[in-house]
Design a protein around this ligand. Structure first.
Ligand code: ATP
Length: 649
């Protein structure tokens, strides 16, 4: 069995946390092996009531935390500080993405570990506290927030809708009629007089002071780059029925009652992130203090409960993602923002899937949780197999949204050819999985999770001392020396036969166990197959309804457009016709009833014309008389005329 210390090659470091059990009647089926520094191995034995499986399974983890481990022990033991440090990044360098996820049977303590309870903070709040403490002197100040905020929004590669926490929280909880409206507070926010002090009855405000303050994280800090200024951007989403939904987008009161209207988001490559898939179109909140960050977290968690479970406010039927982006840039040169992201994942309880069927949830929902966890199991098992055999089989993480989101950043980015220099040569993420288990809980469900999450596994069958050896050992522990009897040959043969029987029984036990595992796996696959079929049918119906509605809306719009065009054309025609009629009527009026003034004017012009013509004739004659040759000719002509007149009778 491989030692879990060889985890450097694995995609995930896997820790096991045992929760203090509430059941006092159940048998404990899990034992932790004592080791030098801290435990790494556990064994599980089927409960005595289970007669079929007698094999003992031994699992290896990066580290095992027993029931008495406190939240702070987990924080230190799983390496939360180095994780944050990696995300913050070395001086002037891009941070290394981190992932922290919890996996376990329902009620085993996943949410308690990662998100805390009423009295204890979870790892998420503790990490936020440490982060804000560390960057306190270098965080973008409120006074320069507006400039920084613009460049932050521009540098985002995921088509996000970014807004400052004060605006976001005011939109949700603020009093819109207050003098301290969202705009004024967004521009000149004052943390000590923020919206927390102007509670309205509209919505329940997650007051940070009411949230648990323990464990105290004073003194925990990570080194930061003193020449950089920092900004913290938070987004939250959930994977429900293999679709991604924004947990910070739909929290307006009107949307809360209509959670099913939420639009799923895509996990895709964008124009600014061609080599790396991102959840596109999320709402991202820029937080300037721990209080703001915690309130945004609480808002998202409330949305997850409201949208995901309706009336049942305690179960986690979706996989919740809390994403913390730490941005930094040089304080003086204000060059481009460098970014590292820490994603915290609270996975849905595996057992919830089975219970959900009887809890009124749809089969599709239950099937989807099972299916995604089954794919996650396959990926984790492949990781463990790769480690066992030093092979590098490809982990099949593209089978569902959950595994894609969890694993796609676990490989070096292919950004060498990328034009986006910000993300060139990005290191694979550092991923930590905390598996939670109740040692007195449901054996079948827990053992199944342990089987696929453990870094290594070994199946053995407890040695039942053979009859012969018992006889040979004698009634007491003192060994008796027998003389070489003639029956010793028979005894040896019997012993060999017993050993063979023992070996075969062990083999049968292991095979029985494997068969049982296969059977469970088959049942799960069948369940998820049925759920998929049902989901397909309901999806088809949804799509039909959607298409019908869209078609109807389009037809109506087209009809309205056509009607308005028709009305417009008719109006134009009417107008044109009116004008023609007007002209015609005018013409008819002129013909039938000529204007007397016009007639007088015509006569006047005609007589004027006549007078002018006479004047021209006269002038012409005068001109001819003035020319001497013409004068001569005229005189001659007159003379001839006179003579001709005398000659004629
Ligand atoms: N280590 C622990 N110490 C004390 N209480 C715990 C511990 N782990 C879990 N609990 C308590 O057990 C209850 C169930 O735990 P939790 O809600 O974290 O389970 P879960 O695995 O997240 O369940 P689900 O899958 O339904 O979300 C909670 O009341 C929680 O406070």
């Amino acid at each position: 069995m491989d030692s879990p210390s060889k985890t450097s090659t694995s995609l995930f470091e896997v820790y096991l946390r045992l929760r203090p059990s509430v059941s006092s009647v159940a048998d404990r089926f899990l034992d932790v092996e004592a080791e030098e520094d801290f435990p790494r191995h556990i064994t599980i034995k089927p409960p005595l009531t289970d007669h079929r499986k007698r094999a003992v399974e031994r699992f290896a983890f990066t580290r095992v935390f027993e029931e008495d481990a406190a939240q702070l022990d987990l924080f230190e033991g799983v390496g939360a500080l180095p994780l944050i440090q990696g995300v913050v990044g070395a001086d002037g360098r891009e941070g290394r993405d981190g992932l922290l996820a919890t996996l376990g049977v329902t009620g085993s303590g996943k949410s308690h570990t990662i998100l805390g309870s009423k009295s204890q903070r979870g790892l998420t709040q503790m990490m936020l506290d440490v982060l804000f403490q560390s960057i306190a002197d270098n965080i973008v100040s409120y006074s320069s927030a507006a400039f920084a905020y613009d460049s932050l929004a521009r540098s985002d590669v995921s088509e996000a809708h970014m807004l400052p926490a004060s605006t976001f929280l005011d939109q949700l909880y603020g009093d819109s009629h207050s003098m301290r409206g969202s705009c004024s507070r967004a521009q000149t926010p004052m943390p000590e007089t923020s919206f927390m002090s102007v509670a309205t009855s509209k919505q329940k405000i997650p007051r940070p002071s009411c949230l648990p303050q323990a464990p105290d994280m004073t003194g925990f800090e990570v080194p930061i780059d003193s020449r950089s200024e920092y900004a913290v951007v938070i987004s939250m989403y959930e994977v429900y029925n293999d679709r991604i939904y924004d947990l910070l987008a739909g929290t307006t009161p009107s949307m809360k009652h209509n959670a099913q209207r939420r639009r799923p988001l895509l996990f895709k490559s964008t124009e600014l992130s061609p080599d790396r898939k991102v959840v596109a179109g999320l709402k991202k909140i820029v937080c300037f203090s721990l209080e703001e960050a915690v309130m945004v977290l609480e808002t998202g968690l409330t949305e997850r409960r409201v949208a995901g479970t309706g009336s049942n406010a305690v179960s986690s039927r979706s996989h919740g993602f809390f994403c913390l982006e730490i941005k930094k840039r040089d304080r003086v040169t204000k060059d481009s923002w460098k970014s590292g992201a820490l994603t915290v994942v609270d996975l849905a309880g595996s057992e919830r899937a089975r219970q959900a069927k009887t809890a009124g949830a749809t089969l599709a929902e239950a099937g989807k949780i099972n299916e995604s966890l089954m794919y996650l199991g396959q990926c984790m098992q492949m990781q463990s197999d790769n480690q066992d055999s030093n092979k590098s089989n490809i982990v099949p993480f593209r089978q569902c949204k959950l595994t894609e989101l969890l694993f796609s950043n676990s490989y070096p980015s292919s950004s060498a050819a990328s034009f986006n220099h910000h993300h060139a040569h990005r290191q694979p993420q550092k991923a930590i999985m905390i598996v939670t288990a109740d040692p007195l809980g449901d054996f079948n469900a827990t053992s199944q999770i342990l089987r696929y999450s453990a870094l290594a596994r070994e199946v053995t069958v407890p040695r039942i001392p053979s009859t012969t050896s018992t006889i040979l050992a004698g009634p007491t522990s003192t060994r008796v020396e027998y003389p070489d009897l003639t029956g010793s040959a028979n005894a040896a043969e019997l012993e060999a036969a017993q050993r063979e029987i023992q070996r075969l029984t062990e083999e049968v036990d292991v095979l029985t166990l494997m068969l049982a595992e296969e059977k469970t796996r088959r049942e799960e696959v069948e369940d998820s197959w049925r759920a998929s079929e049902e989901r397909l049918v309901s999806m088809e119906q949804d799509i039909r309804d959607e298409c019908f509605e869209e078609m109807d809306a389009r037809l109506e719009a087209e009809r309205r457009r056509w009607k308005s065009a028709w009305d417009e054309e008719a109006d134009k025609n009417d107008e044109r016709m009116d004008r023609k009629l007007e002209i015609l009527a005018k013409g008819i009026r002129i013909y039938e009833d000529p204007d007397p003034g016009l007639e007088g004017r015509v006569c006047e012009l005609e007589s004027e014309n006549e007078a002018l013509r006479r004047k021209i004739d006269m002038l012409e004659r005068e001109a001819q008389l003035k020319s001497p040759s013409k004068k001569q000719r005229i005189l001659k002509a007159k003379k001839w005329e006179a003579e001709a007149g005398l000659k004629s009778p």
